[in-house]
Design a protein around this ligand. Sequence first.
Ligand code: PMP
Length: 401
Amino acid sequence: VSRFEGVPMAPPDPILGVSEAFKADKNDLKLNLGVGAYRTEELQPYVLNVVKKAEKLMLEKGDNKEYLPIEGLAAFNKATAELLLGADNPVIKQGLVATIQSLSGTGSLRLAAAFIQRYFPEAKVIISSPTWGNHKNIFNDARVPWSEYRYYDPKTVGLDFEGMIADIEAAPEGSFVLLHGCAHNPTGIDPTPEQWEKIADVIQEKKHMPFFDVAYQGFASGSLDEDAFSVRLFVKRGMEVFVAQSYSKNLGLYSERIGAINVVCSAPDVADRVKSQLKRLARPMYSNPPIHGARIVANVVGDLTMFGEWKQEMEEMAGRIKNVRQKLYDSLSAKDQSGKDWSFILRQIGMFSYTGLNKAQSDNMTDKWHVYMTKDGRISLAGLSLAKCDYLADAIIDSFH
Ligand code: PMP
């Protein structure tokens, strides 16, 4: 008899489990709109040309594989903070930013969660309802209590701004407020610049700590600066801010696990202390981060030509998603006889569309139409081609009615 008799089967992950089910489906019509990974119009994975170029240069240079320091590659940490905040941001010049390279967005969030658990044991995190499925796992695992603030309004398929503000206001003073920097996942609904100002007001009044998750910088609008608007607004107000960053989507480095946690502090010695504690937390967890993706980012951002090439490819990726979004809207509007207003699809931004399909309807999408998606009604437009929009529209209309 096994010593593991007491170990029950864990449930499949609600997002990654969708890919497993997709693989097992033998039908030719099948479509994987579950995981948020960019595909070409031919629905193939895409390695950016600028990444291939950077890798070739790295190989030619013959870089070694020595350990990185706990905080990661210095050139990467500099590049990533500058990309996020703008190279000439005073907080960088004044040494107010503690940046640690970590294991992509997820690992960066997890490290910050460990930091919160250790140094703010009384604080809770408030997260949007709904949010990316892994946020709750991350804070649960780090034993950080969390609750939700209102975000999505099913009536308008838009932002419940009043609810959001009221809930942030009602949270205990000093709470951590988790915010999606841009391209909210799963809804694709972002606050307007004026709404961001109001959100910052309330957070400041309540002495909350803003905690941004930036997984899509440059990927939402096609512009790195535009997508960093929210974070920079808070920083400009002199607020202390946490920001987790990921290069999975914008540089297509999903499996390289490259990202960072940045903490903008009010004084240089505070930043030094915070950084030292982040390193102390990372050391027993994974010792030091992987070098390959860090070098790619540092090389691309640090070279004017390659930086330009990256921006262009990012615009192309964002543009393809926008085209698919438009085409899906057109197909739905043309085919649907019910008079339903589909324009919410055009108001959403980023790689996802939140369709409003409930769980049973999402099951119909998969069981009858072989369209794989998360059960919250989210579809990844990055996994959709122009050629498949009509088919998807038929599936959605059938599932709604
Ligand atoms: N946050 C959000 C909101 C995301 O959508 C994702 C990617 N799905 C991540 C963080 C982190 O992804 P990764 O760990 O691959 O960087």
